[in-house]
Write a protein that binds this ligand. Sequence first.
Ligand code: C5P
Length: 243
Amino acid sequence: MLSKTEAQDAVIIALDMSREEALELCDKLAGKARWVKVGMTLFYRYGPTIVDEMRERGFKVFLDLKLHDIPFQIRGAALSASLCGADILSIHALGGADMISQGREGTEEAAGMRGGNRTKLIAISVLTSMDQDALSSIGVSLPVEEEVSNLASLAVGAGADGIVCSPQEAAAMRKLLGPEAIIVTPGIRPAGADVGDQKRISTPSAAIAAGASKLVIGRPITKADDPCEAFNAIICELMGLDV
Ligand code: C5P
């Protein structure tokens, strides 16, 4: 059971939509929701402006750019993304320990320059769009679960603050990575909600009970007739209140 503040802080609303729709939605949810996720589609089109626009409305921003390049470049990318106001930034664990530790240094340098909290780095292990065959085709012969665990440990050992994983993996990842790791889970559907294209889903409260720290939730809120009501229902569920 979470307090209201904890529940509000646990929900990240995925803004998979146009800038205009995102701003309209954020105007409705401002003062209630605390976090939004800005992905590559919005960021590559609007750049840091879109992050500023969310921050002006009082939101914290998970900038889901999934960094992956040589360590030198990633240090610069993490520094730039931190300076543009990301509170959480994603990075591919597949880039290896040096790349992740340079990314971490980039976030530390940025925090030193601008003051305030350091941008948290969270790692993507194996993309959920890849199955065992897809892994084999790029020369990885380990079972997917083992590869996910290896990459998650490597990433956190190298300086990542946490990982993104499915709610089904959250309990195992919490055990593997310990209590401090940030565990972010998409694939969340409140009971009775339209499942859409998500396959391995969990309710908000079950994902938190399994060890998730933050839930990325898109369509159950963004496509609801009343997004504020849908958001509130999720907060009530996390607080253990009947809706
Ligand atoms: O609309 P929905 O709640 O399914 O949105 C979930 C968000 O999380 C989307 O932005 C989606 O791209 C992202 N995501 C996901 N599954 C993953 C990784 C990311 O659904 N494995």
